[in-house]
Write a protein that binds this ligand. Structure first.
Ligand SMILES: Cc1cc2nc3c(=O)[nH]c(=O)nc-3n(C[C@H](O)[C@H](O)[C@H](O)COP(=O)(O)OP(=O)(O)OC[C@H]3O[C@@H](n4cnc5c(N)ncnc54)[C@H](O)[C@@H]3O)c2cc1C
Length: 431
């Protein structure tokens, strides 16, 4: 199913060495930086860096990255290392500031260029800017690739600055005038320089975290990594097949099924493009459209990324009639603690919060319910909720999280905010 391209290193590649800096692209399939490096260089230095910035303790005393997501990340990096080893490569794992680690490795291995996938949210771009500056001092180039979106920026029917702010218009024009590029091949062989110490995976403890406890019903643990992501996608199709009419199934209800792919997509264990093509091909061969909702949802993900690309931080601070300081309850800190614990007395809200706290995942409806309740009923500053999701979500992704929260708080476009929000059940707090 996946194309393996075997590129035999040859003299024409000279002695060029490229450093591939993995970030949220922890895969070997459909990974342009990897394939391009194999095509252009004789030796590849493969690096993943655990940046202490993401594991710091916030002013609230809570970790920026919770233990469920950290565990998933560790599994994903371990899986990437295995996949790279299977094709001859060795992943160097470091803990440290990338602005120090990447230049040091570039020096050690006499690297000619560094490749990475460009991010859009401000923390991630700030990190790559510091790396870029450090490399520039060494006269080395940090080459940016675009690999996180479904539609390539250059295939959009408008330049970034003219992307419609309305999701409905964005969707209509993109679906009409653009196509999703095919997936690119997978390298069949990678040559890394001789590495004395590739480094081991840190433990959760070394990252300052305790092991997560997955409780009872719904306490399902996702396992990180590309291998499980691809299996999960196959199982999704298999389960749908067993549920088609004529096989005792109930295909109509499948439209609402969440794919639960988000954690793998967020860390780039699988590309959006690969999900898109596998879903499209499956639907064509199985003569079904049960997965159309996944294709629509992938477009939402693109939309939020492109909105960040267009507006930067302003996308979540436009204040167009959304929540403002007069909407905030005087006792918001107390209410926030109640919301976090899932002790509001509203079974639907509390159930979802409990699920979030114990599994790191709730479906979109659950996210909309608890976020809407925090903003509209408890009148808590939405930023607190978004930060809590950042810590707890196994699939945390800056543009998707902050973009969705800002929609719910109505800080960017109140009309579309309503479009994106699930019907609101009657939520009465017990008094
Ligand atoms: C307040 C709030 C915060 C959110 N934070 C995140 C986040 O940090 N990371 C994240 O991946 N998603 C986030 N979402 C979007 C969405 O809820 C999840 O992507 C989705 O529930 C994941 O489940 P799934 O993989 O089963 O999705 P499916 O319904 O199967 O959708 C397929 C894929 O499309 C993407 N997607 C679906 N809905 C959205 C959406 N509204 N915005 C962006 N992408 C979408 C996801 O990558 C998802 O895996 C948030 C939504 C809300 C309301």
């Amino acid at each position: 199913m996946y194309t393996a391209i075997r590129l035999t290193p040859c003299l024409t590649m000279s002695d060029k060495t490229i450093l591939v800096w993995f970030r949220n692209d922890l895969r070997i399939h459909d990974n342009e930086i990897l394939l391009e490096a194999v095509r252009k260089a004789d030796k590849i230095v493969l690096v993943y860096c655990f940046d202490p910035y993401y594991f710091k303790t916030k002013a609230s005393g809570e970790p920026k990255t919770g233990s469920i997501r950290a565990k998933f990340l560790l599994e994903s990096v371990a899986d990437l290392r295995e996949s790279l080893r299977a094709i001859g490569g060795e992943l160097i794992i470091k803990i440290g500031n990338p602005a120090e680690v990447i230049p040091q490795l570039a020096e050690t291995y006499q690297v000619n260029e560094v490749y990475h996938h460009r991010e859009v949210a401000h923390e991630e771009t700030a990190i790559s800017e510091t790396v870029e500056t450090a490399l520039w001092r060494m006269k080395l180039n940090l080459k940016h690739f675009i690999g996180h979106t479904l539609y390539h920026k250059e295939d959009l029917p408008f330049p970034i600055k003219d992307i419609p702010d309305s999701f409905a218009i964005f969707k209509k024009k993109v679906e009409r005038d653009s196509t999703v590029r095919p997936c690119i091949g997978t390298p069949g062989f990678i040559r890394t320089p001789t590495i004395d110490d590739a480094g081991g995976l840190p433990t959760l403890e070394e990252l300052g975290l305790e092991a997560p406890v997955f409780e009872g019903q719904g306490g399902e643990a996702f396992t990180g990594g590309e291998t499980v992501a691809l299996r999960h996608l196959d199982e999704l199709f298999l389960n749908a097949e067993h549920a088609t009419p004529g096989k005792g199934g109930r295909s109509a209800t499948l439209h609402a099924f969440p794919s639960k792919l988000s954690a793998w997509i967020s860390l780039g264990c699988i590309s959006m493009r690969q999900v898109y093509w596998e879903v499209t091909n499956h639907q064509q061969s199985a003569h079904t459209n049960v997965f159309n909702s996944i294709l629509l949802d992938l477009l939402w993900r693109d939309y939020f990324r492109f909105m960040f690309k267009k507006h930067g931080q302003k996308f979540i601070a436009l204040k167009a009639g959304g929540q403002n300081t007069t909407d905030i309850a005087d006792n918001q800190d107390e209410l926030f603690e109640i919301w976090k614990k899932g002790a509001t007395g509203i079974p639907l809200v509390d159930g979802f919060m409990h699920e979030l706290n114990t599994t790191g995942y709730i479906n979109k409806y659950g996210r909309q319910i608890v976020a809407g309740f925090l903003v509209n009923d408890l009148k808590i500053d939405w930023v607190k909720g978004a930060e809590y999701f950042e810590e707890k979500l196994i699939d945390y992704s800056p543009a998707s999280n902050w973009g969705n929260w800002a929609f719910i708080a109505g800080v960017n476009n109140p009309v579309e905010s309503r479009y994106n929000i699930a019907p609101r059940p009657a939520l009465e707090m017990e008094t």
